[in-house]
Design a protein around this ligand. Sequence first.
Ligand code: NAD
Ligand code: TYD
Length: 350
Amino acid sequence: MRTIIITGGAGFIGSHVVRRFVTRYPDYKIVNLDALTYAGNLENLRDIESSPAYFFEKADLLNTADIDRIFSTYQPDGVIHLAAESHVDRSILSPLDFVYTNVIGTVNLLNAAKAHWKDNFAGKRFYHISTDEVYGSLGETGFFTETTAYAPNSPYSASKASSDHFVRAYGETYHLPVVITNCSNNYGPNHFPEKLIPLFINNIIHNKPLPVYGDGLYTRDWLFVKDHAAAIDLVFHRGKDYETYNIGGFNEWKNIDLVKLLCKLMDEKLGRSSGSSEKLITYIKDRPGHDRRYAIDATKINKELGWKPSVTFEEGLSQTINWYLENTEWLTHVTSGEYQQYYKKQYDKI
Ligand code: NAD
Ligand code: TYD
């Protein structure tokens, strides 16, 4: 029996983590702590929300009184921290929001864990979820390992790097039992359509231009979100305190190749003539500070904990597209309101 606070559980990755823990560990109490920003959506959790051991707390990580109350009420022995501002383009438009939630919010959560666990850390765990973007950009070859120096280039990655440093520092200074994972780009169901894959799926459905930044030759390593949730489960239960584990998909794609594959699969699934979605590809002005290439060396988690991705990219992408085609109501809900203003600001020229 454990009680775990999962922050950001109404978001993309968090909802998959909450679902996995609620269904696999029915004797655990799972508390989803989420502010429900534009990216948080309780529709992501409809199927499990009536489980007796699932609890939702709407709270902002900047509100220390609320965080304190939630720790007092549930007395958690574990924290899995996913809540964050997560989109690079928004961080370029509004960096301070990222400092508040990702840096100050993380320190507030560390302080709450430290205070409530009263320096009696046996059986406790503070697990911080981070990104490979903290390592900066790679050239044509090489991989990020757990010892690669941090060199964040965007306000988003700088705020995540800062939060990683605070988590590590609380481990060193106060011996708070922390663990960190740095993962590559996720994709899958429930992904907010501001990121490349869900944005382009939504635009293809609506026959809208597909805005490719710069020359389209930027490379990302893509991992199916359910495989990330499985890795988080493993690290939470079997990872070692004070360690970092890199998580990746062994699956590098240049953006333009990925977009062409997506177009082909969408044409097939929508019964459109071959090549019709590719015609929507529109090259636009590059993202400032755009990292050229990310690639994760996930040997450590593979060797030490036996984790590896379970689906191929083609399978994962196909499942993802099917989910969006079957959940048009979800897409309509999340793309109304604030989304329209963001879209206008970000893609004003097309
Ligand atoms: P997301 O944007 O989909 O969800 C973030 C969630 O955090 C939302 O539910 C939102 O309501 C909540 N939130 C935001 N600010 C909050 C605040 N101040 N207080 C409480 N809740 C708040 O993000 P995601 O893509 O699911 O990413 C989850 C985590 O994983 C983040 O820490 C991110 O940095 C990390 N990560 C993401 C990826 C990726 O590809 N998406 C890859 C590696 C790591
Ligand atoms: P994104 O999904 O925003 O993830 P990240 O920047 O965190 O890796 O972007 C993935 C890649 O796709 C990145 O190289 C930027 C590019 N991209 C576009 O070309 N057009 C777009 O509209 C978006 C959102 C991203």
